[in-house]
Design a binder for this molecule. Structure first.
Ligand code: APR
Length: 248
């Protein structure tokens, strides 16, 4: 593993027909002011462990408590903006015809920044559906919300601990990881499966593996490069180097 390659050195690995996959986690939203999962939680919800709230059993036991937590997180997310790392990934998407952003994040910041070629492995905090009839509910007036067509309980469209990931999302992410030539792991501890398997799949199939994270991660040992830098700092530098290289 080469440590801290320059943006130019990494840009030299890309060509216009590179097949690029980027896997992101909570770290890419850290510079927007959104706490990561492994950050110490502070304030009102600090006494709760996310695992205690982000699960279906807790939801059935106390839907109001779980909805209060998601509403609190949603309100907090609405007060922040995407950061330069999010916007750099939008620019990368437009530099390559075969580019896929696979995110574990539910905060909708990639989408607000303009990312379109995005696979949401863990869902999206802005979407909700009825657990009885499956109908999506757009407006959330009361907590916990109920379905206007069948009266069933409405839940956030996010993957909770112990739940399967959306089948199509995982299948496409897996296929893209097997076929890509460059796989970037950005802002994730790479500890939660099956998302964390994707970089190994890519590496096994010959892709160049690049990690961007201020800290070591388990996937670093099989990576070709590890950039110990914040994504909001390094990704814009990489995109500038890519533009110089690709646009001549
Ligand atoms: N730039 C890049 N990486 C950063 C930054 C930053 N500015 N700040 C923190 N990081 C890194 C941390 O070093 C850590 O490795 O981001 C990673 C965040 O890891 P986690 O908090 O574990 O978040 P994530 O990897 O997204 O968690 C995966 O676990 O809790 C479940 O479903 C949840 O999707 C989540 C999944």
């Amino acid at each position: 593993m080469k440590i801290n390659p320059s943006p130019e050195e990494l840009a030299s690995l890309f060509s216009p027909n590179s097949k690029v996959v980027v896997l992101t986690g909570a770290g890419v939203s850290a510079e927007s002011g959104v706490a990561t999962f492994r950050d110490k939680t502070t304030g009102l919800w600090s006494r709760f462990n996310p695992k205690e709230l982000a699960n279906f059993t807790s939801f059935l036991k106390d839907p109001k408590l779980v909805w209060d937590w998601y509403d609190f997180r949603k309100q907090a997310i609405h007060t922040v903006q995407p950061n330069p790392g999010h916007f750099a990934l939008v620019e990368m998407e437009n530099l390559f015809s075969d580019f896929t952003l696979v995110t574990q994040n539910i905060d909708n910041l990639h989408q607000r920044a303009g990312s379109a070629k995005i696979i949401e492995l863990h869902g999206n905090i802005e979407r909700n559906y009825c657990i009885k009839c499956g109908r999506f509910k757009i407006e959330i007036e009361e907590l916990p919300p109920t379905c206007e067509s069948c009266g069933g309980l409405v839940r956030p469209d996010v993957v909770w601990f112990g739940e399967n990931l959306p089948e199509d999302a995982l299948r496409i992410a897996w296929q893209k990881s097997e076929e890509c030539t460059i796989f970037m792991v950005v802002g994730t501890s790479a500890e939660v499966f099956p998302a964390a398997r994707l970089p190994y799949e890519a590496s096994k199939n010959g892709a160049t593996l690049i990690v961007i994270n201020p800290d070591e991660t388990p996937v670093s040992v099989v990576s070709d490069f590890h950039v110990f830098e914040k994504s909001g700092i390094f990704l814009p530098q990489l995109v500038n180097a890519l533009k110089k290289k690709l646009n001549g």
